[in-house]
Design a protein around this ligand. Structure first.
Ligand code: UDP
Ligand code: MG
Length: 140
């Protein structure tokens, strides 16, 4: 059984490049409903915690400093098969390898500054959503 919810962040590059509106348009056009949304910023400590699973990876420090470098939009999204469907919409991690029409293909600048995050499993979607939102905010 796949779940109805996923978690996303519009990353600092996409915010700074003025793509919030276009990305939210693509997301809603693809049939996702916004269950919760927040314009916010991560400290380096919080970014480090969010990406703790990548701690041993060579790009970890760069990722943490990049993700705390500016404002982001965090959101909980709802649709059938939300996780898989949203990963299809955003495209491959490396925007050069992302399919035409995907959010990363259209708006990302590089493999690290790749415009958007999407959870990779139902379990992580729940963990990541509660990193930003209370239960009350998600069911408002
Ligand atoms: N990342 C990076 N260099 C890499 C791989 C990943 O800077 O070689 C960054 C990129 O911002 C990516 C994030 O680390 O979105 C998390 O990596 P993951 O492999 O989980 O990719 P995603 O699930 O975001 O596609
Ligand atoms: Mg990932």
């Amino acid at each position: 059984m796949s779940g109805k919810r996923t978690f996303t962040m519009i990353k600092p590059d996409a915010v700074q490049n003025g793509h919030i509106g276009a990305i939210l348009h693509d997301i809603t056009q693809a049939g996702f409903k916004i269950a919760a949304m927040k314009y916010t910023r991560l400290t380096t400590e919080r970014a480090g915690e969010f990406y703790a699973v990548h701690k041993e990876r060579p790009f970890y420090q760069e990722l943490v400093s990049y993700m705390s470098s500016g404002t982001i939009v965090a959101a909980v999204l709802e649709k059938e098969n939300a996780v898989t469907s949203f990963r299809d919409l955003i495209g491959a991690t490396d925007p050069q390898k992302a399919d035409e029409g995907t959010i990363r293909k259209k708006y990302a600048t590089s493999i690290s500054a790749n415009a958007i995050h999407g959870s990779d499993s139902d379990e992580n979607a729940a963990i990541e959503s509660s990193f930003f939102f209370s239960q009350l905010e998600m069911f408002a």
